[in-house]
Design a protein around this ligand. Sequence first.
Ligand code: MN
Length: 129
Amino acid sequence: MTGATILLVEDNVQNRYLATFLLQQHGHKVVPAADGREALELAVRLQPHLILLDIQLPVMDGYTVARALRVIPLLQAVPIVAVTSHAMVGDRERCLAAGCDGYIEKPINPETFVAEIHRYLHSNPPSQS
Ligand code: MN
């Protein structure tokens, strides 16, 4: 799969760089947002194929961002994948309860990261026309 527009919500520069590099290598367009407010604005404007959402963010945390995204009708079909270094029991459930479709743990594994993203993109693939 190639050619998806992916909104990458991540406040850490190094994490943003790595995820962007890996996704661009596979032909995806990556639009960065560094906090939740920017993420909400860009999500509405871009209507991306997928949203990657860091949970530990300034301004509002990722759970709050996910809940806010989920009530926007335009974005109902857009998969939201949480990315978090939280390894605590219950975080997966909290992400899903907030409206995320899935969960990837940090640190990102460059060997498997894009394949995992593609799994979620199948529910909202870019058109190949
Ligand atoms: Mn963070």
